[in-house]
Design a protein around this ligand. Structure first.
Ligand code: ATP
Ligand code: FRU
Length: 333
């Protein structure tokens, strides 16, 4: 059994679809409004649970856990988070951290432009963040007998760094992945330096001056010195990976040549990519090479942007037997 522990925030997403992104101080009528549970790790876990269910017979069993700060345990907001995963979810929420003085979840207000497919987010989160101590208590007993993979959203870098240092010392066999996502968050590279697998976002890469996913990964390989795999998504252009120390690089387009898709909802596309990669890394460790894992994750994320929310995303991609993706990944020299 392998325990996959995902550490990150939960949000309530209020998503307004608009024909085009509004001008400042203007009025614009939205074409639709939807409210759903969000958050990077919860989104990834929602997709991952579909993949795990589709592969229930697999020999390599994965038990997924969410560690997230939530409002009061008995309140409706926390119940809504759990309910959003469905009645037979394999995700274990018993390690979540409850803030009893709070009854509201963290919130994101998102403007989704139909003209460009972009999603612009404004967040509000007044739930006190997880401390290192709380993290240590939350993972108590998890990595002793079973293998463990811990994925961090990389929220408060100082705290996350100390959590990683604790894991390295207390559970040296645990694998650690980290997301380097928010452009304005200082200290993320220090996390990358300690992780085994690093996920970079396009917005972080661009804000650091990189012009492509490949350029970002090549430069970051000098920083992420412990890592065996670096990944960077690049919106409609797909994603790239860099295996280390071999420096084998692969680029996988989101679409086949000539293929067009109707982009409906890009909120959580990156989280879906991470779900696909974690699935490949955990469940197809030996029978999929790095190229196949990246292709699968890109295919999964590209199918996600064509539907509202995450319902059926994993099942759709696994529908033909789940024996891997059909897109080509190109080695980059
Ligand atoms: N316009 C698009 N057309 C096709 N596929 C897309 C498009 N946008 C995103 N994708 C798919 O989603 C993956 C991740 O996209 P992107 O880099 O935009 O994520 P992100 O901005 O980090 O998402 P989020 O932060 O909302 O989770 C891409 O690698 C690609 O497979
Ligand atoms: O930053 C948090 C926000 O990002 C998302 O997880 C999408 O990646 C949203 O669901 C959430 O509101």
């Amino acid at each position: 059994m392998l325990n996959l522990v995902c550490v990150g925030a939960c949000y309530l997403d209020t998503i307004l679809s608009v024909p085009r992104f509004p001008e400042e101080d203007s009025k614009l009528r939205a074409t639709s409004l939807s409210v759903r549970r969000g958050g990077n790790c919860p989104n990834s876990l929602e997709v991952l649970q579909q993949l795990l269910k589709a592969q229930e017979q697999q020999s390599h069993k994965v038990r997924p856990y969410l560690i997230s700060c939530l409002p009061s345990e008995e309140g409706p907001a926390s119940a809504r988070v759990k309910d959003s995963f469905g009645p037979d979810s394999p995700v274990d929420f018993t390690r979540c951290i409850y803030r009893e003085q709070h009854d509201q979840p963290a919130s994101s207000y998102i403007i989704r432009s139909e003209a460009t497919g972009t999603r612009t987010l404004v967040n509000y989160n007044d739930l006190p963040e997880m401390s290192v101590h709380e993290f240590q208590a939350a993972i108590e007993g998890l990595g002793r007998q079973d293998d463990m993979w811990v994925h961090f959203e990389g929220r408060i870098p100082e705290t996350t760094l100390r959590c990683i240092q604790y894991l390295r010392q207390a559970l040296p066999k645990a694998s650690i992945s980290v997301e380097v996502e928010k452009p304005d968050r200082e200290g993320l590279q220090e996390l990358a330096a300690e992780a085994d697998v690093v996920f970079y976002s396009k917005s972080w890469a661009e804000s650091n001056g990189y012009k492509s996913a490949h350029e970002c990964l090549m430069a970051q390989s000098e920083v992420a010195r412990r890592a065996s795999l670096l990944l960077c998504t690049w919106g409609a252009e797909g994603a790239a990976s860099l295996s280390l120390p071999s420096k084998r690089s692969v680029s996988c387009p989101a679409l086949r040549p000539g293929q067009t898709v109707r982009v409906v909802d890009t909120v959580g596309a990156g989280d879906t990519f991470i779900a696909g990669m974690l699935y490949g890394l955990l469940c197809h460790q030996d029978d999929w090479d790095a190229d196949t894992k990246v292709r699968f994750a890109v295919q999964l994320a590209t199918s996600k942007v064509q539907v509202e929310g995450f319902g059926g995303v994993g099942t759709h991609v696994m529908g033909d037997g789940g024996d891997g993706p059909d897109q080509k990944a190109t080695p980059v020299s």
